[in-house]
Design a protein around this ligand. Structure first.
Ligand SMILES: [Mn+2]
Length: 427
């Protein structure tokens, strides 16, 4: 759980970063239409949530900074018995004032009127300048007299890079639910099933264990489908002797997990699957072992490319001189993506990778990232020995950078060939 004190601390840190005589605003997210009059399930904006922990829509957080002090003001929907009958209870101004450690709370209907007062005499404004939200556009118009505009999101995303102990606990919880889902699929019979049946099983595990949602659209890709990196159709039959790549992670209390496992349909790897799998796994283990403060993500990327290239030469997938293959980036055909990404409130946490001086941000204590090497050999790739065609493998874990190394937060989700075969349903 994240306490109100912690949310306040985050707002205090942000307030300190804002210039004197400024105003900053950040809005909740809006409902998005799915079709006609039905909406997608509502999810709070990650940046707004990071600063408030408030889940309701039609709300806003405002920082009003003078020369000597900052006032934080939260705007919430007003109580409305008629509307609440349809869409659920609202917290309302009174309760919000008690709950959140902000200086003032008003109803959202008063936002425009209040903003008109707040902007007077201000020299700098902060909001999400890249937003297409009508409320942001209106605010920018209304405060056009303020000459300096800055993107408040950059400051928040920078803060989100380092996770607090309570954030790490929520990520751990998301991962533990995800573990149950992956293990449940491993343990069950898969021959004769369709990909979506495994997806349903994964979603059942997520929801029945309190993860409100998945953190992203799950990939359940049998055989050659794994070679489509963003395969989300998940509607084909699972075939004996093929592998299934499952990239699925639950979201728990707004925090993501992002796990990929590649497992045999019938519970046993074939010898060529084993060879490719071992290469990806050995690469992943080696990369994870490099993780500690001051190491750069690009170092990890480079090392992964080197290891996979060497391994592919050995297996006869790449042919030629190692140095030339590296120079020509020949691995890209089989390993086209990055080694990993930040993870937190968003599965691809939008925390920065590059500093203000355009230098790469090195790893540091409290950062959470995924490590996910993969190899994807298309079934029609005639340049590769036949036995490897149609195999796609990715292994992905979620890693916390610690003071002098790392903690693999998803180490309990089995991934060695032996572990997977021993837990799997054999048919
Ligand atoms: Mn990922």
């Amino acid at each position: 759980m994240i306490t109100q004190k912690e949310y306040k601390k985050r707002r205090d840190i942000l307030a300190k970063k804002l210039s004197k005589n400024s105003i900053g605003i950040i809005f909740s997210s809006t409902y998005k239409t799915r079709s006609n009059d039905t909406d997608y399930p509502y999810r709070q904006d990650s940046n707004f949530y990071y600063l408030t922990g408030f889940k309701e829509d039609n709300s806003a957080l405002v920082f009003v900074k003078t020369k000597n002090e900052t006032k934080t003001v939260l705007f919430v929907q007003k109580k409305d018995a008629q509307l609440e009958l349809w869409t659920g209870k609202r917290m309302g101004k009174k309760k919000a004032k008690k709950r959140f450690l902000v200086d003032e709370v008003f109803v959202s209907d008063d936002l425009q009127k209040r903003l008109e007062k707040y902007v007077v005499g201000k020299k700098t404004l902060y909001c999400d300048l890249s937003s297409k939200d009508k409320r942001v556009k209106r605010f920018l118009k209304q405060s056009s007299a303020i000459k300096t505009q800055k993107n408040i999101i950059h400051f928040i995303q920078e803060m989100r890079l380092i996770k607090s102990p309570s954030e790490i606990n929520l990520i751990k919880k998301a991962i533990s639910i995800t573990k149950d889902a992956h293990h449940s699929v491993m343990k069950s019979k898969k021959i004769g099933k369709k990909e979506y049946e495994l997806l349903a099983q994964i979603e059942y595990e997520f929801k029945s264990k309190g993860a409100y949602s998945d953190a992203y659209t799950s990939i359940v890709a049998g055989g050659n489908n794994a070679n489509t990196l963003h395969y989300i159709k998940n509607n084909k039959p699972l075939i004996d002797k093929e592998l299934i790549l499952i990239d699925a992670g639950s979201e728990y209390k707004h925090y993501a997990s992002d796990i990929t496992r590649t497992i045999p349909v019938n519970g046993k790897f074939t010898s060529s699957q084993k060879k490719l799998y071992k290469l990806v796994l050995d690469t992943q283990l080696e990369i994870i072992s490099m993780i500690k403060p001051h190491v750069k993500r690009s170092d990890l990327q480079k090392k992964a490319e080197e290891l996979l290239t060497k391994g592919m030469i050995k297996l006869g997938i790449l042919k030629g001189n190692y140095k030339k293959l590296i120079k020509k980036q020949k691995h890209k055909k089989y390993y086209p993506h990055g080694i990993g990404h930040w993870m937190g409130l968003d599965v691809h946490d939008p925390a920065p990778y590059i500093n203000y001086d355009d230098k790469e941000i090195p790893l540091d204590k409290g950062m959470v990232l995924t490590i996910e090497p993969g190899l994807y050999i298309d079934k029609n790739d005639k340049s590769v020995p036949k036995k490897y065609r149609g195999i796609g493998i990715r292994i992905e874990d979620n890693i916390l950078v610690t003071k002098d190394g790392y903690e693999n937060l998803s180490k309990d989700i089995v991934k060695t060939i032996k572990e997977i075969e021993s837990i799997s349903f054999k048919s």
